[in-house]
Ligand binder design. Structure first.
Ligand code: ZN
Length: 335
């Protein structure tokens, strides 16, 4: 017999609001135009943009998680302290936006360890969350999860279970799972299951490119039909229509980076109003607090309904062996 899940608390499902704190010239799309060695010569905009976001969140009464580059934190310690002082969660986005899938385990470990220590020193709070640059954890580098755990992280939000030219692991579970038999949780970016495909519903360029009502319908479906929280992400440069244009970027990168920047703040306001939001470590707190099951790990029967899946859409059943899924054996989160 499986223990029954506790009764659902009243009110809407709370989603995780997250910001990947990096400057406009540090994104993957411009990596070939703006070498790291030249970053210090460029006038930074990340602090002013992050302050605008902090103000917007304060007005909306929303607390969020800020996945911050170590490189940025070291140069903008005051900004890091303002993030913490406002009640947000400080988390790691790696040191300098190097893709995790281009690093070997030793280089990755040094990167995530240095970033966590730097953020904790500046912020004065424990840092337990990590998001890989450009969602660069997937089939090829699942070894990254035990390394993160060894470096003191408790969760990662690095897998985007969609098909995309720059990243993606479309056969990964759609909900929280424990990869590689470890204690660390991976909390993937939110998708909507439609026509046997995972469609992106987590923010980024899609949030600016597609109509707002479409995004809202997707997240409503995740919250109301599946009874699960979503994870939304955006970047400080997305609320900055006046940012300098990077020379030499291809058409696809320009489309993704620059489309509808002037509408982002307004859309964000609607999003903050239309859904309930919180920090990653609060929205998914049930993952850590669940008592161990007989097999020594929490299962869906022990998790709060906000985390446990209530009703599952048809799954694709192509999950990689070795994934310790949140709802393994009880219907899949990944489905
Ligand atoms: Zn990033």
């Amino acid at each position: 017999m499986i223990a029954r899940a506790p009764t659902a608390p009243p009110g809407p499902v709370r989603n995780a609001m997250t910001v990947d704190v990096e400057d406009y010239f540090q994104v993957q799309a411009f990596a070939h135009c703006v070498p790291r060695a030249g970053w210090d010569a460029i006038a930074p905009r990340v602090e002013a943009n992050t302050d605008r976001i902090l103000e917007q969140f304060a007005k909306a009464g929303v607390r969020a998680t800020f996945f911050t580059l170590g490189w940025v934190a070291a140069r903008h310690p005051g900004m890091v302290r303002r993030i913490v002082a406002a009640g947000h969660e400080l988390a790691s986005h790696g040191w300098d936006h190097t893709r995790a899938d281009t690093q070997d385990p030793a280089a990755f470990r040094a990167d995530v360890g240095r970033t966590r220590r730097t953020l904790e020193d500046i912020g004065g709070v424990p840092v337990t969350g990590y998001r890989a640059a450009t969602f660069s954890i997937g089939e090829r580098n699942l070894w990254a999860f035990p390394v993160l755990e060894a470096e003191g992280y408790r969760y990662s939000s690095s897998i985007n279970p969609i098909r995309h030219d720059l990243y993606g692991m479309p056969n990964a579970p759609r909900g929280p799972f424990r990869p590689e038999g470890g204690a660390l949780w991976e909390i993937p970016m939110t998708t909507v299951r439609l026509a046997k495909q995972n469609l992106p519903c987590a923010g980024g360029g899609y949030f600016r490119l597609l109509p707002y009502w479409l995004f809202r319908a997707g997240l409503h479906r995740v919250n109301r039909v599946e009874g699960r929280p979503g994870v939304f992400y955006f970047h400080p440069w997305e609320v900055d229509p006046a940012q300098p244009r990077v020379a030499g970027a291809g058409w696809k990168s320009r489309l993704r980076h620059y489309t509808n920047l002037d509408r982002m703040s307004g859309r964000l306001d609607r999003l903050l109003r239309d859904f309930a939001w919180g920090r990653m470590d609060e929205v998914f707190a049930g993952l850590y607090q669940a008592p161990p099951h007989r097999h020594g790990r929490p299962c869906a029967g022990h998790l709060p309904p906000a985390v446990a899946p209530l009703r599952q859409p048809a799954g694709d059943g192509r999950h990689k062996a070795g994934h310790d899924e949140l709802a393994a054996g009880h219907g899949d989160v990944g489905g």
